[in-house]
Design a protein. Structure first.
Length: 460
């Protein structure tokens, strides 16, 4: 057994097979997951020409306004005790009208339901239909009460379904636009989308819509005219790509732009689809040049151990990127993941690296104590536990630079090397048994006290 787990968690940590997944968190366990509402916001927050209205208590709006380290403007109906008892329909109608009057150039209104609205049985869909008829623009319900699914991943699915039903393909019909693509499941974290777009432009391709890092109501309406859908985030990207293939006949390719080999393979696959392999002749040279640029950092990272804990759709590709940095991946885990994501991750990792689903804090702490990785990579919730244990921590999705594409690989190498080699970790108990650490601390206290006495005598 890798670490001790609760009997009810059997199967969620697998050293060689696929972990159990898509199950509800055990009651009482402090999970790292988020709710359906936040999952929907993760998908839709970046649609800048829509009004985003949270139908629930003001706390839900406060919680969901910050997505990927960005603060987005949201409105809230601010449901209170009166509305919970007597209904909040009138307040929702008034909030929709007021929000549109404040932003008259908005192209749509997105109304997110919360636990409060779901529990009292509010007919949000009927209210949205009436408001749409009165205002003359789409007013779309996003049915995402927090209790409505297993994790934020279900919120991603709800949001993708809303985009497909109400926005994608609503523009005029026409033949596919030449040299055009959509990117599905790309959220433009710290400039990732710009790096990807520059690479695609070197192939002679243009992006119609990036869902949802650069999505607008207007370009979503034209998304059905793309020649190819590029899926970058597995779960929601695959779902949306399959539905668009069924409805509009658009083929799709699942690729990754994280890591040198993955980026090169992605560009070559896309060039092959458009029957222009000569357009990708530069890719191998660019990958080798990038490797040389990253070389000063690779020596510091060679042989270091890294543990990954973030969204399952990026685990496999990021594990490959860290291996290209010369690091050993000792754990891959996710707050939530589907069977397809874990299958892809296992294929990339092989059978020697443990996979864990929905790990709680106690399990992560025990694993880190036992395996002592040199670097942890994950979300902000895990950062402070790692720091208390004296382990360097890299936030992902990142907070500083783009990690996608060739330039992103150099940024990743530089930041990982800086963290692993930071002098501050020499002051921690990293690598020591608890008794050894306590003894060293006691020795330091005695040293300080002796210095104080000596200074006191010399001043007399």
């Amino acid at each position: 057994m890798l670490i001790e787990t609760m009997p009810e968690r059997a199967g969620h940590l697998e050293p060689a097979n696929l972990p159990a997944c898509e199950r509800r968190t055990l009651p009482g366990v402090i999970s790292q997951r988020a709710c359906l509402l936040y999952g929907a916001r993760w998908m839709l927050a970046a649609i800048r020409d829509a009004v985003h209205l949270i139908h629930g208590p003001v706390g839900c709006a406060y919680y969901s306004q910050t997505v990927r380290q960005k603060n987005y403007k949201v409105f809230s109906t601010g449901l209170g005790e009166k509305e919970i008892i007597f209904g909040g329909g009138e307040k929702l109608e008034e909030a929709i009208r007021e929000a549109v009057s404040l932003y008259p150039r908005s192209s749509a209104v997105l109304v997110y339901t919360t636990c409060a609205a779901g529990l009292i049985g509010e007919d949000v869909e009927a209210i949205c239909k009436q408001a749409a008829a009165a205002l003359g623009l789409p007013v779309v319900p996003v049915n995402c009460p927090g209790f409505g699914g297993v994790s934020q991943g279900d919120g991603h699915d709800v949001a993708a379904a809303a985009l497909l039903e109400h926005f994608i393909g609503r523009g005029s019909a026409g033949t596919p636009l030449e040299n055009s693509v959509n990117i599905l499941g790309e959220f433009d974290v710290q400039g990732d989308l710009k790096e990807i777009e520059q690479l695609l432009q070197r192939l002679g391709l243009n992006i119609i819509c990036a869902v949802s890092g650069r999505a607008t109501v207007k370009n979503l309406a034209r998304a059905h005219r793309a020649r190819l859908n590029i899926v970058h985030c597995g779960r929601t990207g695959r779902w949306l790509a399959r539905r668009m293939e069924e409805r509009f006949g658009i083929p799709w390719r699942k690729v990754s732009f994280f890591g040198l080999d993955a980026t090169a393979a992605a560009l070559q696959a896309i060039a092959a689809f458009f029957n222009r392999p000569e357009a990708a002749a530069w890719v191998e040279k660019e990958a080798e040049a990038t490797r040389q640029r990253a070389l000063p950092y690779l020596g510091r990272l060679a042989g270091k151990r890294v543990a990954l804990f973030f969204g399952a759709s990026r685990m496999g590709s990021m594990a490959g990127a860290f291996r290209e940095l010369g690091m050993e991946v000792v754990l891959c885990g996710s707050q939530f993941g589907c069977q397809e994501d874990y299958t892809e991750s296992r294929r990339c990792l092989g059978r020697g690296t443990p996979l864990i689903d929905d790990a709680h804090q106690r399990e992560l702490e025990e694993f880190w104590h036992r395996y002592r990785p040199d670097l942890l990579v994950g979300g902000t919730r895990e950062r402070f536990v790692a720091h208390k244990m004296g382990i360097p921590f890299l936030v992902f999705p990142q907070e500083t630079s783009p990690y996608a594409g060739f330039n992103g690989f150099v940024h990743l190498a530089r930041e990982a090397a800086a963290l692993v080699g930071a002098p501050v970790w020499r002051l921690s108990n990293n690598g020591l048994l608890r008794e050894e650490g306590e003894e060293k601390m006691a020795e330091y206290v005695r040293y300080v006290e002796r210095g104080k006495k000596e200074n006191g005598r010399s001043s007399l």
